[in-house]
Structure formats: structure tokens, C-alpha cells
Design a protein around this ligand. Structure first.
Ligand SMILES: NC(=O)c1ccc[n+]([C@@H]2O[C@H](COP(=O)([O-])OP(=O)(O)OC[C@H]3O[C@@H](n4cnc5c(N)ncnc54)[C@H](O)[C@@H]3O)[C@@H](O)[C@H]2O)c1
Length: 350
């Protein structure tokens, strides 16, 4: 898959201890890459990185993305060919509580990656993961295009919009006209899949309640989001990385990755309950603080036409795979790892 681009390449995944980074590291390992991970330590014993025993399967370095010297030493030592930058403070609510840390991690982390790449010859390809929330939200029902105006009312969204501006300025200033490296950004929506235990994310919150036989409390049941199964955007990132590696700056710039369909919070939770087997919902009064947009979807026609990438699963299948993955997390590390690999192989056959 991916034209064998990743086989025997040294691929750096920042944020490998996180939800998406750990799945990406597993997939890259299966593709034959020599995977290097760089991030803070995992937060809980339930994290995908821990329950898969990923620390024994890749080279992992504990480090802060804001520490340029530590990052540069790691690049000098391992000389990665390809980078997927996912390390970030990724939560809207945490962004409201700790805006300065959110800005420094997300913006300066991205600047540091680009600075090291600018000062080293080994790297050919960089995919930087931002978010669908980088757009100025106009509650637009048609979906945002990559050329739409950036924005963000809350600190997390604004930090990611700022990353996009930083990335574009580095591309325009240093990574065009046959430079050694090509850079792209990937904007995806809300991701679901096993091993995500982040606070205040709807599916992890549901699983926590279901495991304790408590009712699932939701605010804003009518909010609409582009939820997608973990392997859908990751397949897009890998395809983008492979094309960037082979053809260079023709593929640089921003790319949206979204699902086939968008649904409301309430529909998603009902789907989770259906696949789990039982459960109840309580609808809470919406809070007027810490506002999130109520309607968010992406236009993915650029990725469909330009990368020949498209989402494969409907929301019901996505939720089914996700719930099945949460249900096996008590197995041994090797068994969970093998189970994750099986999901990746099955997905590739669809
Ligand atoms: N999960 C989603 O639904 C979603 C949606 C859109 C975009 N994203 C983006 O995808 C990326 C990964 O998100 P995730 O859901 O896996 O998050 P996560 O919280 O599970 O993982 C974040 C990772 O970043 C690392 N990290 C955080 N601060 C760091 C620092 N200062 N130095 C080094 N490493 C640091 C953590 O150690 C962890 O490995 C983020 O950039 C996020 O903004 C996620």
C-alpha cells in the first residue's frame, strides 16, 4: 500500500503516545517503516500506546515539542526521511483552561518542527496535522474548503489556525522551488476509535459511563460534527505523505479529510448505545460558557480529486468498529496490538 513508500524509511511520528499518533505508528510499522516517536509520556494506563505495548515496538523518545534543542538532537541522531507531526494540546475545553500552554505547544511546536527541517537535509516530507476547527466558523452547511478563511473563537481552534498560517509562511518562504523538503497540512474532523481516553470527548465519555452503568450525559444534542473512524483520516495522511514523498511540492499545502456523512451528538450517542448493547442518555442544559460551534463539516473534494482518497465507512460501521475495539482492551498488550493490526489489514481490504 501507499506505493511501498514507507518501507525501510525512517519515519518520525510526534505525539506517538497519543490516540492518533499511536495508531499511525502501528500502521507505519506494519508498512515496514523504522518508526521513531517523540512526545510526552502517555497520560493514563488505558492509553492506546500503553495497552498495545507500543513502547517495546518502536523507538520512543520522551521530549517536549517546545524544546528546540531536544528536538534537534533527536533529528541529528535518527535523520528521519518523513515526519508526521501530531503532538499537540488537542482539546477545546483544555484550551479554555490553559490558553498560553495551548498556544505555546501547538504554535511553537509546529515552528520548532519546521525550523529543524529547514536546518537539516535528511527530511523530504512533512505532514502536519491541524484540525477542521481551523476555519472561521460561519455555521456553514456546505462544508469548508481549504481556501476558506481561517479563524477560531476558542484558544485551541485559534492555535491551529495560527499553525496553518505558520505552515503556509514556511512553505512560501523556504519550502518551494525544488527545496529538499515538501510540507503539507492535514485538516480532519472528530476522530473515533479504540484507545482514546481523552477527557470531554464524546465517545470516551460514553464508554466511561457505560462501563460504570451510569447514564450518558450530553449537552448540545443537536450539534453536528464530522465524526470519522480513526483509520479513515490516517489513510489520508499516509496517502498524502506518500505522494509528497514521491512528487514533492505538487502536493504541498492544506488538505481536508472528512467523513461520508455528518450526524448530531444525540445520533452518535444513540449509535454507541446500540453497538454497546445497553445504556441511557440524559440531556443537560447547554452551558453558555466555553462555546463550541454547533455545525461543522468539511468539503473533501480536493482530497478525492487530488489524492484519490475517500472515506470508506458509514457512521454505523465506524461506531461498530470503535466499540468493538474498546471491548477488547483488557487483553494482553500483544493481543491488543495484534487486534489493532487486524483492524488495519481489514480496513485496507475494504
Ligand atoms: N482526536 C481528534 O478527534 C482530533 C481531531 C482533529 C485534529 N486532531 C489533532 O490530531 C493530533 C493528535 O490528536 P490526539 O487526539 O491523538 O491527541 P492526544 O491527546 O491523544 O495526543 C497528543 C499527543 O501530543 C503529545 N504532546 C502534547 N503536548 C506535547 C508537548 N508539549 N511536547 C511533546 N508532545 C506533546 C502527547 O504526549 C500525545 O502524544 C493533534 O494535533 C490534534 O489537534 C485530533
Amino acid at each position: 500500500m501507499f506505493d511501498n513508500v514507507y518501507k525501510n524509511k525512517t519515519v518520525l511520528v510526534t505525539g506517538d503516545t497519543g490516540f492518533k499518533g499511536s495508531w499511525l505508528a502501528i500502521w507505519l510499522k506494519e508498512l515496514g517503516a523504522n518508526v521513531i516517536g517523540y512526545s510526552l509520556e502517555s497520560k493514563t494506563e488505558n492509553d492506546n500506546y500503553v495497552i498495545c505495548g507500543l513502547g517495546n515496538k518502536i523507538i520512543h523518545i520522551d521530549g517536549d515539542i517546545r524544546n528546540y534543542q531536544s528536538l534537534k538532537s533527536m533529528f541529528d541522531k535518527y535523520e528521519p526521511d518523513i515526519i508526521f507531526h501530531l503532538a499537540a494540546q488537542p482539546l477545546v475545553l483544555e484550551g479554555y483552561h490553559n490558553p498560553a500552554e495551548t498556544y505555546s505547544t501547538n504554535i511553537m511546536g509546529t515552528v520548532n518542527i519546521l525550523e529543524v527541517v529547514r536546518n537539516i537535509d535528511s527530511v523530504k516530507t512533512v505532514v502536519i496535522v491541524t484540525t477542521d476547527k481551523c476555519y472561521e466558523n460561519r455555521e456553514c452547511e456546505n462544508g469548508y474548503h481549504e481556501t476558506d478563511r481561517l479563524g477560531g473563537k476558542d484558544p485551541y481552534s485559534a492555535s491551529k489556525a495560527a499553525c496553518e498560517i505558520v505552515i503556509n509562511s514556511y512553505i512560501q518562504s523556504y519550502f518551494n522551488n525544488n527545496s529538499t523538503a515538501s510540507i503539507a497540512s492535514a485538516r480532519a474532523g472528530n476522530i473515533i476509535g479504540g484507545g482514546d481516553w481523552a477527557e470531554n470527548r464524546i465517545v470516551p465519555d460514553c464508554i466511561r459511563s457505560l462501563r460504570k452503568n451510569e447514564t450518558i450525559k450530553i449537552r448540545n444534542p443537536k450539534s453536528v460534527r464530522p465524526w470519522q473512524y480513526i483509520l479513515e483520516p490516517l489513510s489520508g495522511y499516509l496517502k498524502l505523505g506518500a505522494l509528497l514523498y514521491k512528487y514533492g511540492e505538487k502536493y504541498s499545502g492544506a488538505w481536508n479529510f472528512g467523513p461520508k456523512e455528518v450526524i448530531t451528538v444525540k445520533d452518535l450517542v444513540e449509535n454507541v448505545i446500540d453497538k454497546w448493547g445497553h445504556g441511557e442518555i440524559t440531556i443537560l442544559e447547554p452551558s453558555d460558557q466555553n462555546v463550541e460551534s454547533s455545525y461543522l463539516r468539511l468539503d473533501i473534494s480536493k482530497a478525492i480529486a487530488g489524492l484519490k482518497w475517500e472515506p470508506k465507512l458509514c457512521i454505523s460501521e465506524s461506531v461498530k468498529y470503535t466499540i468493538d475495539q474498546y471491548k477488547v482492551e483488557d487483553l494482553s498488550q500483544d493481543e491488543v496490538f495484534q487486534q489493532r493490526v487486524k483492524y488495519i489489514n481489514d480496513y485496507c481490504k475494504i
